[in-house]
Design a protein around this ligand. Structure first.
Ligand code: SF4
Length: 371
């Protein structure tokens, strides 16, 4: 089974932390949409498994598109691929795009899951991040989406922002629980060069939180969400039972996916392909790249993606894919972490306990092998 990702790289305003492929120049949106349809035709043979299970519109800000455009993409996909198993169609949305009229129209399309980028329920934090909505608008948008019949909604939150922990975090947790959404993604702020925050950090004008604060905030979120019945199924993701993100889960289980649009990535089981990140290069047909993954790359990728999930890495599946010896080497490399309490081995699986997810990158990287 496979998924298709559509990247809509347009945003009305650029958030201070954002390093995604995006532009605030909206004039080329119609041209890009048509180029994406042509790209779908050109790449109809990319996926070996043509059965599509999920469609995902990410960005950028897909909710800048009229709702009918999502159906046009879905119908086009149905002419090229086997969509008989398709069950999830997600659109990322900014709260201020979700008017009652927009939601009514959207509810009549193939879209059945909304990912609403809220990030915080605190107005000062939203201004700090240069978000274009207020906390009240975010709450209203979720309520309107629920009234319009959307019963599979995820919201994004950012934590680990200096000056916005403590009470702000408490308020964020309370607000998200009160909304009763089915899924929450909670990300620690990362300061990337090339972003407004990156430039401020380089000038010494932005402080980052220390490790203890990160851990405290993560655990506060984790405990509140799990106590409210959300399963923590991936480092940053929590879902009520039955509402795990199917599209994103397929990335973590190594399924194929086709990415359409500027900056979109694709994976066909053997190689990774990426489109040019800028709209200009994308429209000019330049800047795409591809790399064939070596056995070591694929092995390290399985380690990384599986250990980021709460289910962990199935050692039998690893041995089937990469051989008994590689599985034994992995089991041995995991031993020091198991003794240190940063990994658990049970039921034929290796996993990182939730309270250690914040340090999971160093654990995971230590298990990589080079060839
Ligand atoms: S809306 Fe999303 S993609 Fe656009 S600038 Fe903000 S974080 Fe980046």
């Amino acid at each position: 089974m496979a998924g298709i990702y559509f990247h809509i790289p347009f945003c009305k305003r650029i958030c201070a932390y954002c390093d995604f492929a995006r532009t605030a120049d909206l004039r080329r949106m119609p041209e890009v949409v048509e180029a994406m349809h042509r790209e779908m035709d050109a790449r109809r043979g990319y996926l070996h498994d043509r059965r599509i299970r999920t469609l995902y519109f990410g960005g950028g800000t897909p909710s800048l598109l009229p709702p009918a455009e999502f159906d046009r993409f879905a119908e086009h996909a149905a002419r090229l691929f086997d969509m008989s198993a398709a069950g999830e169609c997600t659109v990322e949305a900014n709260p201020d795009d979700l008017t009652a009229q927009y939601l009514r129209e959207l509810s009549r399309t193939a879209v059945n899951r909304l990912s609403i980028g809220i990030q915080s329920f605190d107005d000062a934090a939203l201004r700090f991040m240069n978000r274009r909505h207020t906390a009240a608008e975010a709450v209203d948008a979720v309520r309107r989406a629920q009234d319009a019949g959307f019963d599979n909604i995820t919201v994004d939150l950012i934590f680990g922002i200096d000056g916005f922990g403590g009470e702000v975090l408490e308020r964020n947790i309370g607000a998200v629980l009160a909304l009763g959404v089915q899924h929450v993604s909670a990300y620690h702020l990362t300061v990337e060069s090339g972003t407004a925050f990156g430039r401020r950090a380089a000038r010494g004008e932005l402080r980052t939180v220390d490790e203890q604060t990160s851990e405290r905030e993560f655990l506060a979120l984790h405990e509140a969400l799990t106590a409210a019945g959300y399963e923590h199924y991936e480092v940053s993701n929590y879902a009520l039972p039955g509402f795990r993100a199917r599209h994103n889960s397929s990335y973590w289980s190594g399924d194929e996916y086709l990415g359409i649009g500027a900056g979109a990535h694709s994976f066909d089981g053997r190689s990774r392909r990426w489109a040019a990140p800028t709209v200009g290069e994308y429209l000019a047909g330049r800047g795409a790249g591809e790399e064939t993954l070596s056995v070591a790359d694929r092995r390290n990728e399985m380690i990384m993606t599986a250990l980021r999930t709460a289910d962990g890495l199935c050692q039998e599946r690893f041995a089937d894919a990469f051989g008994r010896e590689a599985a034994e080497r992995l089991a041995e490399a995991a031993q020091p972490w198991i003794r240190a309490g940063a990994m658990v081995s049970e039921g034929g699986k290796l996993r990182i306990p939730a309270e250690k997810f914040l340090v999971s990158d160093s654990v995971i990287e230590s298990l990589f092998e080079v060839e």
